[in-house]
Design a protein around this ligand. Structure first.
Ligand code: GUN
Length: 294
């Protein structure tokens, strides 16, 4: 029997706790915690993600604002916008939605964000803290949202300490998911392998995993026979694929139907990790607001 890990339930719990803190912050500081999301251009999936982020912010007693810039915005104009948000004392969190159009350097923009307002946890200062801290504490540092949400679901599902000594395989080496995810699993005493497009015999590497995290952005790439019986599978993929009737649907990086009956637990797509990403962003916004107010 494979159990689904319900991202909606886990995310609702995180948001409920975050809302209580956001309301307490507003009561003592006379303003809500505030998250400003910058989106450049008209990438349809990105636009859908950012509108979810600001909508969920409002439902969580956070002042979520969307700053929409044209596809053609120049480097200096975007840097000026980030500088304006850095300087605005009412802004607690700044998120620049990635990917940016090709003429803009995403890392340059991340580097320009005040690390205290970097609710994505992508600034080199926050990345450095994540990789060097003696203890990883989501109350004390800004941790990338998708890995943090994935780890929270693992710990809540398996129990604290259950990760210790397990083989974890992370497929994907991005700065947004793969690398920070590996670091969080390492901090929880897993033996961690980071696999990627050049890994030799990827199915065999995946079959070693007690915990398998798929974060590659390739629809249903991880097949049922890549999964060790009883493994816990975290599917980070959100891929839109065409269906026979000319419509489309969202699938993960794991062939979920094949995994059923093999994995012990799996996160569904949709309704899994994606919901937790947004919930953790709101958590990080309140952590940033509280830290800035101290
Ligand atoms: N694009 C895909 N995921 C993310 C994310 O977590 N943060 C930002 N800023 N952009 C993304």
């Amino acid at each position: 029997m494979t159990e689904l890990i319900d991202g909606n339930v886990h995310a609702a719990n995180v948001r409920a706790r975050t809302k209580v803190r956001a309301e307490a912050f507003a009561a003592s500081h006379g303003r809500k915690p505030r998250l400003d999301v910058v989106i450049v251009g008209n990438h349809p999936a990105s636009r859908a993600y950012v509108s979810t982020k600001t909508k969920m912010a409002h439902e969580t007693a956070i002042d979520g604002r969307l700053i929409e810039l044209p596809e053609t915005v120049g480097k200096d104009a975007l840097l000026a916008e980030i500088a304006r948000l850095n300087a605005d004392p009412a802004v607690d969190g700044i998120l620049v939605q990635l990917p940016l159009p090709d003429h803009l350097d995403g890392q340059m923009m991340i580097d320009a964000i005040d690390p205290a307002k970097d609710v994505d946890g992508f600034h080199p200062m926050n990345v450095g803290k994540l990789f060097t801290a003696a203890k990883i504490d989501p109350e004390q540092m800004l941790i990338p949202c998708t890995p943090l949400g994935s780890l929270m679901m693992l710990v809540d599902t398996l129990g604290k300490g259950a990760l210790s000594g397990r083989n974890a395989v992370v497929v994907g080496r991005s700065n947004i998911v793969g690398k920070p995810m590996a670091q969080l699993l390492l901090a929880n005493d897993c033996t961690v392998t980071i696999a990627h497009s050049r890994t030799r015999d990827l199915p065999a590497v995946c079959r070693q995993a007690d915990i398998l995290v798929a974060a590659v952005g390739r629809p249903e790439m991880v097949k049922g026979d890549w999964i060790k019986p009883g493994a816990v599978v975290i599917d980070v993929g959100i891929n839109r694929v065409a269906t026979a009737d000319g419509k489309s649907r969202i699938v993960g990086d794991v062939a979920t139907a094949e995994a059923m009956g093999i994995a012990s637990y799996i996160t569904p797509v949709p309704g899994g990790v994606g919901k937790m990403t947004v919930a953790c962003l709101l958590h990080n916004t309140v952590v940033a607001a509280e830290a800035r107010a101290r």
